[in-house]
Ligand binder design. Structure first.
Ligand SMILES: [Zn+2]
Length: 280
């Protein structure tokens, strides 16, 4: 099969996976099942028929509105489907119709789901990380049997990598909490790095944690923190609460949003980065 055709299959299959990822992102933070009930309109409860639930196509065909109550359907649904579809297309287009392509695509999809829930809800559901950890370790055994791990590590390094990633995040979080007197990294970040570390192995897991922590801290100090300060000041002036009340609460940092893309970059180009760091 040509690379174009394989990429096209990857796109279609990825769109379907993205559709399921939407369900996970919407339901897991609320502790709901991702299997039952079937998808409904969040406004009127209208249960979606199969033709209202086709990835990308339905949202366009329905012109972003529920067929029953005419309320708008969030653009996040087709955007997530499109992103995952493109990711799967690139993975299968690049690696070919291969187990490695599937492993890279699933790894990226889980991390994308983690980044979304962390950004929107400040939490990383166990559904992603527990499945991810077992998937990555099981596939490292499959890779060993077929003799092709692609950019992933074998079973032994997977176990060590899970421990190194989770352990380092726990240490960074603990020291950050001691220095800042507030929670720096959550348990979700620890589970995320156990899962990602199993794919990356210890060396690249360590690179990921440092890259994610630095990226997160810089974004926080340069963007999130100043905006929150301005908002707080405006709010105080409007409500005339300047009389000592309502101290400034710095916003939380969803580190998973930064660790997740760092893990993808490190998986694909980490060996080059590690070699460059060790040489320097
Ligand atoms: Zn509706």
């Amino acid at each position: 099969m040509t690379a174009t055709l394989v990429g096209l299959y990857g796109f279609v299959f990825g769109a379907a996976v993205g559709s399921f990822l939407n369900v996970c992102v919407a339901r897991w933070p609320r502790d709901l099942s991702v299997i039952r009930p079937r998808s409904r309109c969040p406004w009127c409860g209208h249960q979606l028929a199969w033709f209202e639930n086709i990835p990308l196509v339905s949202w366009l065909a329905l012109r972003a509105r529920c067929r029953c109550c005419d309320e708008s359907i969030s653009v996040q649904y087709p955007l997530v489907e499109l992103t995952v579809a493109l990711g799967w297309m690139l993975s299968f287009g690049y690696f070919g119709l291969d187990v490695v392509a599937l492993r890279v695509a699933v790894f990226g999809t889980i991390l994308f789901g983690i980044a979304l829930t962390d950004l929107q809800h400040y939490l990383i559901p166990d559904g992603f990380t527990v499945f991810g950890l077992f998937w990555v370790i099981a596939m490292s055994v499959v890779g060993m049997v077929i003799g092709d791990q692609g950019p992933f590590v074998g079973p032994y390094d997977a176990i060590v990598g899970a421990c190194a990633g989770a352990g380092l995040v726990a240490i960074v979080g603990w020291l950050g909490e001691a220095a800042l007197k507030r929670e720096a990294m959550g348990m979700g970040d620890v589970t995320l790095m156990a899962f990602a570390g199993a794919a990356l192995g210890p060396a690249r897991a360590i690179v990921t944690v440092f890259a994610g922590a630095i990226l997160g801290a810089v974004t926080f100090l340069a963007v999130v923190y100043p905006i929150a300060r301005v908002k707080q000041t405006v709010y105080r002036e409007q409500t005339e609460l300047a009389l000592g009340g309502g101290s400034f609460e710095a916003p939380l940092v969803p580190f998973g949003v930064f660790l997740a893309p760092a893990a993808v970059l490190t998986l694909l180009w980490g060996d080059t980065m590690v070699a460059w760091l060790l040489r320097g």
